[in-house]
Every structure is written in structure tokens, then in C-alpha cells.
Design a protein around this ligand. Structure first.
Ligand code: ATR
Length: 280
């Protein structure tokens, strides 16, 4: 099988996905190519129909099409439906099936960095932010059975909407950023999911970390820069930090698994991807 894969988006030329997926093809010893497919918003429908005719095996979906793709799908998995966003499409028997790999990808990255972390479900978790990434991560942590996941956000009603999933067994409180800041010592895992701290505003942080306990796991999904000001401060306060680019890598691993049924180890790519991002 000669895999034909790609990513649709606009603009998408600077995507790191071709770098990752072409290496995954190589590591898995599969033939194929992963290409950038830039689609101008003015021609979205037409170019999508053309893509359907090309019968490519699968593709990623990035900004601004993660929601816009949904009416063009034949099926959608539960996670993507709940999130209202699709970042991976599988072509199977001429049908397009939509997935969202963000949450599970994040969980895989966390498990890889902190083996055994999924065993104790009583850990107290704080997610900062209530956008798409927060939703995916909450969904995955909730599905994994974690019992306490609080959400801190600038806009409280957005935080409340994150926990609206079926059969929810998780307890959550909704906090303002200031409230979370003063109770950080309650948490064993803190996950920063907003875009605050991303280049070119890398000196900004979402909150102060004065109350952080040493040994807390602190994660930031921002990966440009790799060492955000938030993570730097957490490190100085003796937290165990988790870098943002590994979510990118593991959600790619999961997407690749959806397309090829192969679970490819990505550990060796982790440092290389970090070096690429550090050089940017
Ligand atoms: P996504 O791509 O994950 O959907 P987004 O829509 O850019 O991300 O932002 C998601 C989160 O970042 C939201 O929680 C947003 O807060 P609001 O719900 O109040 O809008 C948060 N966010 C973005 N910029 C922020 C800022 N400067 N201060 C505080 N929160 C911010």
C-alpha cells in the first residue's frame, strides 16, 4: 500500500505535521507521502470535493477548518462530536470518518513522560483555559477516569461548557484565574491550555505561581517557545514540567495509527522536534 496522506488548512505551509508524519512512514517502513494541502477559504467546497475524488487515505485538518469540515464527513467519532471539532479524517470505503486526536494525544504524552500517572485517578487536576484544547484534554482525562478536574478560565461560562460530556463521573469546580492562582497548592497536575505565552508574546504568563507546591506536574500546551515563561517559573519552583511539543507528537502518533493501524514509537522524534522548535 502506498499511503497518500496530508494536512488541510490555511495557511498551512509552516505546519510541522509533514516533518512528523513522513518520519512515521519511514519508521513504520511504509511507502507513501504526507503532503501539505493548502485550501483557500474562497474555494473550500470545491477543493474538498476534488480531495474526495483523489481518494487519499487520510488527512489532518487544521485552522480554520476543524469545524467547517464536519458537514462533509460521512461519520464522526464520539470525541470529535462532543468537541465539535475534527483534526483527523480517515477515508474508508470511500467514506470520510472524522476524529479528534488532541485529548488522547495529550494523555499519551503525559503517560510517556510520567509512566504510571494514569494509575491513581484520585489526583487533583487543574486545567487552565476553556478553548478547543482544554475541551479535548478534559474529555480524555474524564474518559480515563480522573475524579477531580477543576477548570480555571477568564470567562466562567466557557469553563462550565467544557464539562458537558455524557455520563460524567468527574467532579469539577469553576474558578477565575485569580482564584486558581491563590489555591494552586491543591493540585497535583496543572495543565495550561490557553495561547497566553506564545510567541511573539512569550513574556506573558496566564497566572503567578507563588502557591505552587514543589513536585507538582505542570504542563503547557504552548510549544513556541518550547520553554514558556510559565514552565520556566514552574521549574524554578521545583515542579516537574511537561513540554508542549510532545502533545503534537503523540496526537500525530494517534492519527497515524488511525490511518495505518500501526502504533509507531515516537520517543526518538521527541528531542529532534524540540531542536527544530528551539531553532525557530
Ligand atoms: P483554542 O485554539 O484552544 O480553541 P482559543 O480559542 O484561542 O484556543 O483560546 C482558548 C482559551 O484561551 C480560552 O479559555 C480563553 O479564555 P476565554 O474563554 O475567557 O476567552 C483563553 N485566553 C486567550 N487569551 C487569553 C488571555 N489573554 N487571558 C486569559 N485567557 C485567555
Amino acid at each position: 500500500m502506498n499511503y497518500r496522506l496530508g494536512v488541510i488548512g490555511y495557511p498551512v505551509k509552516h505546519s510541522l505535521s509533514p516533518w512528523i508524519h513522513n518520519r512515521l512512514l519511514n519508521i513504520a517502513d511504509l511507502e507513501g507521502k504526507y503532503n501539505v494541502i493548502e485550501i483557500n477559504p474562497d474555494h473550500f467546497s470545491m477543493q474538498l470535493l476534488e480531495l474526495k475524488n483523489k481518494k487519499i487515505n487520510g488527512f489532518n485538518v487544521t485552522v480554520p477548518y476543524k469545524e467547517k469540515i464536519i458537514p462533509y464527513l460521512d461519520e464522526i467519532d464520539d470525541e470529535a462530536r462532543v468537541m465539535g471539532a475534527v483534526n483527523t479524517v480517515l477515508q474508508k470505503n470511500n467514506k470520510w470518518i472524522g476524529f479528534n486526536t488532541d485529548g488522547k494525544g495529550y494523555l499519551r504524552s503525559l503517560e510517556n513522560k510520567f509512566p504510571g500517572i494514569l494509575k491513581n485517578k484520585m489526583k487533583s487536576i487543574l486545567i487552565i483555559g476553556a478553548g478547543g484544547a482544554s475541551r479535548g484534554i478534559y474529555y480524555a482525562l474524564n474518559s480515563a477516569g480522573f475524579k477531580r478536574i477543576d477548570i480555571a478560565n477568564r470567562t466562567l461560562k466557557n469553563a462550565e461548557s467544557v464539562v458537558k460530556v455524557k455520563n460524567n463521573q468527574t467532579k469539577s469546580s469553576f474558578l477565575s484565574i485569580k482564584e486558581a492562582e491563590s489555591t494552586l497548592d491543591k493540585y497535583e497536575i496543572i495543565i495550561q491550555t490557553t495561547s497566553v505565552g506564545m510567541k511573539p508574546r512569550e513574556h506573558e504568563t496566564i497566572m503567578k505561581l507563588d502557591q505552587l507546591k514543589p513536585g507538582t506536574i505542570v504542563s503547557d500546551i504552548v510549544y513556541q517557545p518550547i520553554m514558556t515563561s510559565f514552565l520556566q517559573e514552574a521549574k524554578e519552583r521545583k515542579a516537574s514540567i511537561h513540554l508542549g511539543h510532545s502533545m503534537l507528537l503523540y496526537q500525530a502518533q494517534y492519527a497515524f495509527e488511525i490511518w495505518t493501524k500501526k502504533l509507531v514509537p515516537v520517543d526518538n522524534l521527541n528531542k529532534k522536534l524540540q531542536a527544530i522548535l528551539e531553532a525557530k
